[in-house]
Design a protein around this ligand. Structure first.
Ligand SMILES: [Cu+2]
Length: 140
């Protein structure tokens, strides 16, 4: 018989959602979808479908591209470079630590992928929108 404590300890993992994001689908410089709305503890599973890319947290504005190794912003994270050049479809799983907006991009090619729109948002809001972040990236 499970104790109540054990049972309730399980609830967060049962309720946590998981999102799948394609990185570089159809050989493009893209994240698909470009944003997710996630709760604390939800996971985002990024799968690299082509070339060599990273999922690296970035500042919303300013010097967005390329995001620095190790990541920038509120809760920095960085997958490092993940290559699908061998067809291995590498993945990176990120557990969302906050409902605050977070932004990410690919750091490949000195920021060229980031400036070309390889950008991603977690919990964008009406002020910090994905569209504005992508524009900031293109202009950085
Ligand atoms: Cu890339």
């Amino acid at each position: 018989m499970f104790s109540k404590t054990f049972f309730f300890a399980l609830i967060p993992s049962i309720l946590a959602a998981s999102f799948s994001v394609s990185v570089g689908s159809k050989n493009g410089l893209t994240f698909d979808p470009t944003s997710v709305v996630a709760d604390i503890g939800d996971t985002i599973i990024f799968t690299v479908l082509s070339r060599n890319h990273s999922i690296t947290s970035a500042d919303f504005s300013g010097a967005v591209c390329p995001p620095p190794a190790g990541g920038a912003g509120l809760n920095p994270f960085d997958s490092g470079y993940l290559s699908d050049l061998d067809g291995s479809l590498p993945t990176f799983t990120y557990t969302v630590p906050s409902t605050e907006p977070q932004f990410a991009a690919c750091m490949q090619a000195g920021g060229a992928h980031c400036r070309a729109g390889m950008t991603f948002a977690i919990n964008p809001n009406s002020t910090l929108t994905y569209a504005q972040f992508n524009t900031n990236a293109a202009n950085s």
